[in-house]
Write a protein that binds this ligand. Structure first.
Ligand code: FAD
Length: 278
């Protein structure tokens, strides 16, 4: 069972509980990006299990009529076992999602996975004519070039600051530098993309920047935030903008919770306060 403190950031262990959470979000005009927790599998068994669960999930989302899509991790789909394994599993999911008209995001993991993830995204996004989105990280020096490459690829792009620490020669570690890069990537995207921009940030300054760019260029965008982080802001923004909440679920919640706490120590106190205030 998920302890209440982690439950602030993870919807529950079963897909049914996750979809119940999605229903509450939809009632407040927020759509969901459902993520079955799992990463870095080194055996085929859990890869096949998660692929099967995602296929069932997209069928359930479609049947329920809920406003939700899914987000998968390459190493959850077997990237550590080989690029061919990852592509085979991803294609199975994308194919089922396409049948059910459910959107599929691909999360971006550490810098060693960027090429394989980008290549797979580009191939499938072109093959399926959209229906897929890719996350890109502002803390990688290469991302500007990747964002330019993605300008004519169908689908969406989610911009995040980056949750992994890249080596100094290929990434930025200074927060102010990452923020500058994030702003600059958004500027490029709002000017050159047809739409499909996901602003994956809780940072009010980045969200204000996106709003101003939307005013200037008219380009469509959506705001994406994590479950348990600035939820009041999510509901408030949803009155005017498209807002998605990333909703993780499943029994492998420990490393995800740990990452949220390491990223921002206040998250621990915030979660504790919410539990105590219940
Ligand atoms: P930060 O730089 O962490 O914070 C900036 C400001 O935001 C703070 O000063 C504060 O004003 C506000 N803020 C932040 N957190 C809180 C809080 N808990 N309470 C109140 N205010 C707060 N990373 C990846 O590497 N790969 C992915 O695939 C990926 N997918 C993501 C999907 C979504 C939908 C989101 C939202 C993030 C994702 N991330 C991913 C994580 C991302 O890279 C960042 O690590 C994370 O979002 C923190 O950066 P930030 O932009 O939110 O702002």
């Amino acid at each position: 069972m998920i302890p209440p403190i982690a439950n602030q950031f993870v919807a529950g262990e079963s897909p049914a509980v996750a979809l119940e959470h999605v229903r509450h979000l939809n009632d407040r005009n927020v759509d969901a990006i459902c993520n079955l927790l799992g990463e870095h599998y080194d055996e085929r068994g859990p890869v096949a299990d998660d692929t099967a669960e995602y296929r069932q999930l997209v069928a359930d989302i479609s049947e329920s009529g809920l406003g939700a899509c899914i987000s998968v991790k390459p190493s959850q789909l077997g990237l550590d076992l080989g690029e061919d394994v990852f592509r085979t599993e991803l294609e199975t999911i994308v194919d089922t999602a396409d049948e059910h008209d459910v959107f599929v995001w691909i999360d971006m993991e550490d810098h060693t996975t960027t090429d394989a993830t980008l290549d797979a995204f580009e191939d499938f996004a072109r093959e399926y004519g959209g229906g897929l989105g890719l996350c890109v990280q502002a803390n990688l020096k290469r991302t500007r070039g990747d964002v330019e490459r993605l300008a004519d690829v169908p689908g969406k792009v989610r911009f995040v600051k980056g949750a992994y620490d890249p080596p100094a020669d290929i990434g930025y570690s200074d927060g102010a530098r990452v923020d500058r890069e994030y702003r600059s990537l958004l500027e490029y995207a709002f000017e050159h993309y047809d739409g499909g921009i996901g602003v994956g940030s809780h940072d009010p300054a980045m969200i204000d920047h996106a709003k101003a760019l939307h005013e200037r260029y008219g380009t469509d965008f959506e705001i994406q935030m994590l479950m348990g982080v600035r939820e009041d802001a999510q509901y408030e923004l949803a009155e005017e903008y498209d807002v998605y909440q990333y909703v993780p679920y499943g029994d492998r919640w420990k490393s995800y919770f740990y990452r949220r706490v390491m990223e921002r120590r206040e998250n621990l106190w915030f979660a504790l306060r919410a539990v105590l205030g219940r």
